[in-house]
Write a protein that binds this ligand. Sequence first.
Ligand SMILES: *Cc1c(COP(=O)(O)O)cnc(C)c1O
Length: 371
Amino acid sequence: MSLRIEPLVGARVRGLSEYAPEPLEVVARRLGLPAERLIKLDANENPYGPTPRALAALQGYADYHRYPDAVSRDLRAALGEYLGVDPATIVVGNGSDELIDLLLKTFRPEGPGGLCSLIDCPPTFGMYRFYATTNDLPVEDVPRRADFSVDVEALEALCACDPRPRLLFLASPNNPDGQLLPAEDLERVLDLPVVLVLDEAYVDFSAASRVRLVAERENLIVLRTFSKWAGLAGLRVGYGVFPAALMPALCRLKSPYNVNVAAQVAALATLEDLAVVCERATCLVAERERLVAAVRQVPGLRVFPSDANFYLLDAREVGVERLRGAMEARGIILRYHAGPGLDGHVRVTVGTPEENDAVLEVLRALGGRPS
Ligand SMILES: *Cc1c(COP(=O)(O)O)cnc(C)c1O
């Protein structure tokens, strides 16, 4: 048998690059530090982890040998109550990433009359473009302005010149800058011939969710997640609220056992432990405000206002390689961005007060101020 299989892989797949961030132990080895010394602030994870009730529920659960509820009924009922929306309009996914993929599959064009493209507004979360590519939907870029706000005029101009329907993804707060989409911009975008997917992965760190608007606007979808707010990133559980008209299609297309039992059990217990999650989120928000104010005083650094559990630094003036060297010597892992509009920018997750103090100390030393 001399069949060579590699040439059979489609060109679309060859054009992709692998996403494989280093696990903590590998980073520790590279930096020559013990893993416990590392301060991991590169992935917007919640430093406090799952709530006590979520941990207890995982330990107390006895039926891991049974398949999960394929449509997460109990979790959707609890989410409906938490959000004030109809549970029949909620889909739970293996992280909100899976729901981004599910949407792209749902709207995958199959001839005339379908979507003509996905509009991406970079700099933003990379998964919109990734799943558009893997699902054969062309991507049109409408870059954000220099201050990372959405260029609504450019979106309007694009739709005026070619009014075919498009899918538009907007993260609010946006990753990597942390800025919310203003209400006026949301209204203008919803008047365009687009299906708007508002990705609210970080909205629990602000007070501005638009999730209740979904019932009123047929072209609005809102995605949320337990990864950042609830400390469950490793269990992969996200959800979306969708227009009722889209639900039958999503239910037919979704993978049957997409959300595992551990994820369902932990997410449900988290919603029964809301006081704890909200208190932790309040601490992270207070820390964010403390940090942004402190960093603003450091010469040579620019910090962008954020409504999320991270903040973006423009470190071009102090030198991003210098900053990286100083951070890594202390075992602090951050997210170093590159590319149009983001060269020399660093995204810092808000951690515990002690972790944040370590970051501040390094930044102040770089800016030439004694800490
Ligand atoms: C982290 C992140 C997600 C992914 O969340 P999961 O539920 O963990 O898949 C979605 N959108 C944005 C903007 C994010 O930063």
